[in-house]
Design a protein around this ligand. Structure first.
Ligand SMILES: Cc1cc2nc3c(=O)[nH]c(=O)nc-3n(C[C@H](O)[C@H](O)[C@H](O)COP(=O)(O)OP(=O)(O)OC[C@H]3O[C@@H](n4cnc5c(N)ncnc54)[C@H](O)[C@@H]3O)c2cc1C
Length: 753
């Protein structure tokens, strides 16, 4: 802690927490009570400590460091036994004022799932420091070297913990019996090596040592339910800690700070996911929950708009394709999802949301209802239960609840889409393509580029990749920047300080209409190669780049998602609701995934806060949310289909883009300088009745024309010439409207057909 004021405040919080826990016991005292006693708001307290566990970890660290510093300040001695006794004396003296609190804390620390257990990742630095000291002492005494010294040190650490536990129970005057225990330990220490050798393979030492190796928490026998323990209670359980689950929890915590929210996430840590291009609504939501724009700048690649390039078989190069550049609304980002998901989750924790990773919600064995839910989840092979008023399913494409209730469907969608994608390095920057007149406002790489094809489109998304950063380092780096009041150091400085190397890579994916593509279903890599051969502009674009084989360690170089569009017929019920991809997913085109999910998260959080204030979560409490999600889904589906169908002709693409942009920019301008609010849930003004009316009319024209051409010609035979009538009809319908709003569509276009 370099800031002395913050250090002082932390010490004050610690002292007040100790006093409170002494009075009420650690388990019963809440952060809210602590904030009250300190005379500060809960959110100010969260700035320093996100939970009681963090306060205890701070205490652990603090006391341990003091004991080590005092010990090291004394004269060096080679006698292992004597050194251990002295270290224990110093440590117990430092612990003495906290003795009664320690009992409550130790109760918690025996739980292998608790952050306070000494083997947890959260407290690993404290463990490492003490074991490190003991290892020095072992080596100094000559009892062992290297790995052998480490194993002996770990056994000694166990013994030292036993003495501390003994001390907590010791009622003898001046802890005389503990002193005797220490002396015996000192004698035993001298004989440790011999003791290990007696077992030939040192099996006892191996067993002790294995506890220190990183890995899942020790598992109980399979499906060991612990029915005698009453389930704990929270107000809301969120299943899934993707960005939408985490944002929902964050919005709710900000709106109703007293809400007890538990997020259960199946993965033990965020990993690779698809969904890499963001829009202004999502970034605004991140700022609103407290993530600084300059943190985003350090972690991610910038995105300043969208480019559409109409590519045909005869287009030699993207620079010659008719293009339409949708200029920036404001600064957004092209993101690597492991980093984004970690960031949003770390921030949710900072706000006071509890998160358990490695916890899979077992929906089939949970009970949901008007009067409350009982959620069952497993961590490894252990099963846990939690009582809650509301379950929010944010499990993304898994959509565990809607699939369990058989509500998930793909019915009634005009067409399906499927995707294949991969990652490249050393692809030439778009700004270096010869002959591409740089008319766009920003460098070409800072736009998410779309190569529009009649079968679908190709995405081109440059990414700052932190994939080589070890999880623990990445976690520390993110925790250092999340919630920080000052601008973070530069990307390179962060990388150096936290041991997180980064590099530029490129995400490239093809999304194809199932009614127009016959290749993806057989072999996704072969399909990707087929379209690269078919369209020279794709081949040229990626020329010289290298595919990164199995880059994310998923075992796949070419990843895919088949027939990805789908929705749940119902999105709220008694004691449950769905957010994010669990409610619906449309398509990556024009990137509505994270932005649409954010709208749901915000709406759902508002209605949850109101429902909890009324003491329950019956289905009718979410009636508005339900209606909103269905309207949003229909509107996004239509909007998205408009863009696909507009790829039949470059002028149709430009007209549709301009049409969509008018309401989007108007809406953006009206809400730009405010925090994320209910107005933002009308993404791009898409739900505005006048826009909806025109959207339906335009959709009908595009559909009619596409069907008419389709009855005469196969997709392979079609070219923009066959869609001249479509363009004429769109000009009639949209021309005067877009011309009248030229100020709202600052587009760039060139290479017109
Ligand atoms: C090919 C493709 C490209 C895309 N590109 C974009 C894009 O450029 N921009 C964009 O905005 N969106 C894009 N998306 C969409 C984007 O990926 C999603 O909209 C977004 O990830 C949804 O977030 P979420 O939080 O709802 O779900 P997720 O991020 O999927 O999170 C769900 C979480 O739930 C967890 N989970 C699942 N089951 C359980 C369980 N039983 N118990 C506990 N936890 C569980 C999962 O481990 C996961 O972490 C794309 C999607 C696809 C398919």
């Amino acid at each position: 802690m370099s800031d002395p004021k913050a250090a002082e405040m932390k010490q004050k919080i610690l002292d007040t927490a100790m006093a409170l826990w002494n009075e009420k016991g650690y388990a019963d005292a809440t952060m809210r009570e602590l904030a009250k006693r300190l005379g500060m708001g809960v959110s100010s307290l969260y700035f320093y400590f996100r939970s009681k566990e963090e306060i205890v970890l701070y205490l652990y660290r603090n006391l341990n460091e003091r004991a080590i510093a005092r010990f090291r300040a004394e004269k060096e001695d080679a006698d292992l036994g004597k050194n251990l006794v002295r270290f224990l004396e110093l440590k117990l003296a430092i612990l003495e004022p906290y003795r009664s609190c320690c009992v409550g804390i130790f109760k918690e620390a025996v739980d292998p799932q608790s952050a306070l257990n000494p083997f947890s990742s959260e407290s690993s630095d404290v463990l490492d420091r003490t074991v490190g000291l003991f290892r020095d002492l072992v080596e100094r005494s000559g009892a062992g070297k290297g790995d052998e010294a480490l194993r002996l040190a770990r056994v000694l650490w166990f013994a030292h913990l036993a003495v501390i536990l003994y001390w907590l129970h010791d009622r003898s005057p001046e802890s005389a019996k503990t002193k005797r225990m220490g002396e015996l330990l000192a004698k035993g220490a001298g004989m440790l090596k011999m003791f290990g050798g007696m077992f030939g393979q040192s099996e006892v030492f191996d067993l002790v040592s294995s506890l220190f190796e990183a890995g899942p928490a020790p598992a109980a026998p399979k499906s060991a339910v612990v029915p005698e323990t009453p389930p704990r209670e929270v107000d809301v359980v969120v299943a899934g800690a993707g960005p939408i689950g985490a944002l929902y929890a964050s919005f709710l915590k900000l709106q109703r700070p007293r809400t007890r929210i538990l997020v259960l996430e199946r993965s033990t840590e965020p990993g690779h996911k698809i969904g890499e291009s963001t829009l202004s609504g999502f970034i605004k939501a991140l700022r609103t929950v407290g993530i600084r724009q300059d943190v985003l700048r350090r972690l991610f690649y910038p995105k300043n708009g969208l480019g559409f390039h109409h590519v045909e078989e005869s287009t030699p190069d993207v620079a010659q394709a008719p293009e339409y550049v949708l200029e920036t609304f404001n600064e957004t980002f092209q993101v690597e999802r492991r980093v984004l998901d970690s960031l949003v989750l770390a921030n949710a924790r900072r706000l006071g949301v509890e998160v358990i990773q490695g916890a899979t919600v077992d929906i089939a064995r949970s009970e949901l209802g008007r009067t409350g839910d009982l959620i069952r989840y497993t961590v490894g092979s252990r099963e846990f239960r939690v009582k809650t008023t509301l379950l929010v399913d944010a499990t993304g494409p898994a959509g565990v609840l809607s699939r369990h209730l058989k509500l998930h469907t793909k019915e009634g969608l005009t067409f399906q889409t499927s995707a294949v994608w991969t990652y490249y390095q050393n692809v030439r920057s778009l700004d270096k393509i010869p002959g591409w007149k740089g008319k766009s406002q920003f460098g070409r790489d800072t736009y998410t580029q779309h190569l529009s094809l009649k079968e679908g489109w190709l995405w081109y998304i440059p990414i700052v990749s932190w994939q080589e950063a070890p999880s623990a380092n990445l976690d520390r780096m993110i925790r250092s920047v999340v919630g920080a009041r000052r601008a973070p150091a530069s990307r390179d400085d962060l990388a150096a300080e936290y041991g997180c190397p980064w590099k530029d890579i490129l995400s490239v994916g093809l999304v194809l209409r199932s009614d127009r593509d016959a290749h993806l279903k057989d072999d996704v890599r072969a399909a990707f190669e087929h379209y690269s051969r078919k369209y020279p502009a794709i081949r040229r674009l990626l020329q010289g780049g290298e595919v990164l084989e199995n880059y994310y360690g998923t075992g796949e170089t070419f990843m895919s998602r088949m027939t990805m569009r789908g929705y749940s017929r119902q999105v709220a019920g008694d004691g449950w609701l769905l957010v994010g991809d669990a409610a619906f997913f449309v398509d990556p085109l024009i990137s509505p995934g994270l932005t649409g999910g954010t709208c749901q998260a915000f709406q759902a959080a508002g209605e949850t806060a109101r429902a909890l204030d009324h003491g329950g979560a019956p289905r009718e409490a979410f009636a508005e949310y339900e209606a909103f999600v269905h309207r949003l889904h229909d509107a996004l589906e239509r909007d998205n289909q408009l863009v696909y169908m507009s790829f039949n002709h470059p002028e149709a693409t430009a007209l549709i883009q301009r049409f969509q942009e008018i309401d989007a920019r108007r809406h953006f301008n009206e809400t730009e300088n405010k925090d994320y609010s209910i107005e933002d849930t009308n993404i791009w003004g898409i739900l505005t009745p006048s826009y909806q009316e025109m959207q339906k009319r335009v959709w009908a024209i595009l559909r009619e024309e596409e069907q008419a051409v389709g009855t005469e010609l196969s997709v392979d035979e079609q070219s923009p010439r066959d869609y001249e009538r479509l363009v004429a009809r769109l000009r009639d319908c949209l021309g005067p409207y877009v011309e009248a709003h030229e100020d709202l569509t600052p587009y760039v276009t060139q290479n017109r057909r």
